[in-house]
Design a protein around this ligand. Structure first.
Ligand SMILES: Nc1ncnc2c1ncn2[C@@H]1O[C@H](COP(=O)(O)OP(=O)(O)OP(=O)(O)O)[C@@H](O)[C@H]1O
Ligand SMILES: O=c1[nH]cnc2c1ncn2[C@@H]1O[C@H](CO)[C@@H](O)[C@H]1O
Length: 433
């Protein structure tokens, strides 16, 4: 496990002090590695740069992810192919991207649940998916299906905005009997997107997801939910609020999904309202950067060293140096918030913003897993007198998540091709400072 950012020796694995802790770690002790489990609709992204008029022609709403019947998907494919509009084809899926990015950042294992075509030919979609996924993502738990995986036509208009038209294939056929309780029980987080609810007919993914969530809740493994796309939440906001309150500990969303969920267009107020539903909240807000919100206990709160910020909640960042806890573990819970503007103001040129939010979530997962790694291997560390969910403070995680989003935006594709540099060129802006 590579740790997020550069860490002080005091808390990291100390090598300079000859105490029992150090000895334990410098002798041949094999460190235990935590892993995260994600579940996704296995999808290949077919990226095309298109004029706005094409969206109207195919009755697609800009900025959203929408399912299309296979005849429409085929007509769309024929159109973009014949007009040479396709610029790239790569593995996608919001959780597939997140697991891949997690594994690249942490240099460690994640497990992906989903389906995979049982007949793979060199060059077909299934093959492309496998070739495009980090070898640290364990794909042994994909369920074989007789048919194609999903296709996401990722249509980028001139303003860089992306619209998805999804051709489902067999992506929703993961069955509940395929879910291994032990695998979930021993993981440090279970990650899913709201897309699992978009099932119909013979689809079984929704039932498989509910089974996995039931196991995670039973064994107190944090459930991490990312909201996917706005109109799914708009369709039944109360259902989502109840679902999150009952099953989810960590919630990730962008400001539009947040508004659909809790009715506030201001991302900070939305993040605060979401704390009635979940314990830790990440709300990305495009060019405004991102917000995080969580709980800490009165006893463990830490004052920020940054200037206190005005906003819809005055001085909201006061305790951003605190590490977040599950609300149920706080005897006197207080709400904590942090915000960060885009790293270095954002890349000079953004060709598309696809996957920037998935990148931010991967960073938060990395921090959660680092905490599990450290507490399993160095349980005596003073760090773990606070039963926090994450290794870092809210403030530090915001910096890290933002830095990863920047990397995704700069490379114009949702899956990181490499980890972050050990040292940044611009030290003032370095996320670990
Ligand atoms: N135009 C921009 N300029 C600078 N930074 C940006 C811009 N758009 C996004 N970002 C960065 O990327 C992060 C995530 O972006 P955004 O809120 O667009 O995610 P998203 O809508 O969830 O994306 P996706 O669903 O494609 O993963 C932001 O918090 C910010 O740090
Ligand atoms: O319905 C869906 N299910 C799963 N993933 C999706 C869906 N629609 C879009 N994306 C995925 O979202 C990623 C960017 O955040 C894209 O890679 C795309 O594949």
């Amino acid at each position: 496990m590579r740790f997020p950012g550069r860490r002080k020796h005091k808390h990291y694995f100390p090598v300079d002090k000859k105490d029992p802790l150090t000895k334990k770690l410098t002798t041949d002790v094999e460190l235990k590695h935590p892993y995260v489990v994600g579940m996704d609709q296995t999808i290949v992204d077919i990226e095309a740069h298109v004029p706005e008029s094409l969206l109207a022609e195919f009755k697609l709403t800009k900025g959203l992810s929408q399912l299309v019947p296979s005849e429409i998907a085929e007509a769309l494919y024929q159109y973009i192919d014949a007009n040479n509009l396709i610029v790239d084809q790569h593995a996608g899926g919001t959780i597939g991207n997140t697991m891949h990015n997690y594994s690249v950042l942490a240099d460690d294992r994640s497990v992906l649940y989903g389906v995979m075509s049982q007949n793979i030919k060199v060059g077909n979609y299934a093959y492309q998916y496998l070739c495009n996924t980090s070898s640290k993502v364990d794909l042994q738990h994909l369920q074989p299906v007789d048919g194609a995986i999903g296709r996401a036509f990722t249509l980028i208009t001139e303003d860089g905005e992306r619209t998805f038209a999804i051709d489902s294939g067999k992506m929703n056929r993961l069955t509940p009997d395929f879910i291994d309780e032990e695998l979930i029980k021993n993981s440090c987080a279970f990650v899913i997107s709201a897309y699992f609810t978009r099932c119909s007919g013979e689809d079984t993914l929704d039932k498989a997801a509910l089974k996995a969530i039931e196991y995670a809740n039973k064994h107190k493994v944090p459930v991490v939910l990312t909201l996917g796309t706005r109109f799914m939440i708009d369709e039944k906001p109360q259902w989502w609020r109840d679902f999150i309150k009952q099953h989810v500990q960590v919630l990730a969303m962008n400001e539009e999904e947040a508004e659909a969920l809790v009715g506030h267009s201001d991302p900070l107020l939305a993040a605060e309202a979401a704390l009635d539903l979940a314990d830790l909240v990440l709300c990305t807000a495009g060019p405004l950067g991102l917000y995080m919100a969580g709980f800490t206990d009165e006893t463990f709160k830490r004052d920020t060293r940054y200037p206190l910020l005005p906003g819809s909640i005055p001085e909201f960042n006061r305790y951003e140096y605190s590490r977040p806890l599950l609300k149920s573990l706080c005897s006197n819970p207080i709400k904590i918030y942090s915000h960060i503007a885009p790293y270095m103001g954002g890349p000079d040129k953004i060709k598309n913003t696809n996957g920037a939010g998935d990148g931010a979530l991967a960073a938060v997962l990395h921090d959660i897993a680092s905490n599990a790694y450290h507490s399993t291997n160095v349980p005596e560390s003073s760090k773990h007198t606070v039963p926090a969910i994450t290794y870092s403070s809210l403030s530090q995680m915001c910096k890290y998540a933002n830095r990863v989003s920047f990397e995704v935006l700069s490379q114009s594709s949702p899956r990181l091709s490499k980890g972050l540099p050990e040292r940044e060129d611009s030290l003032e802006q370095a996320y670990w400072h």
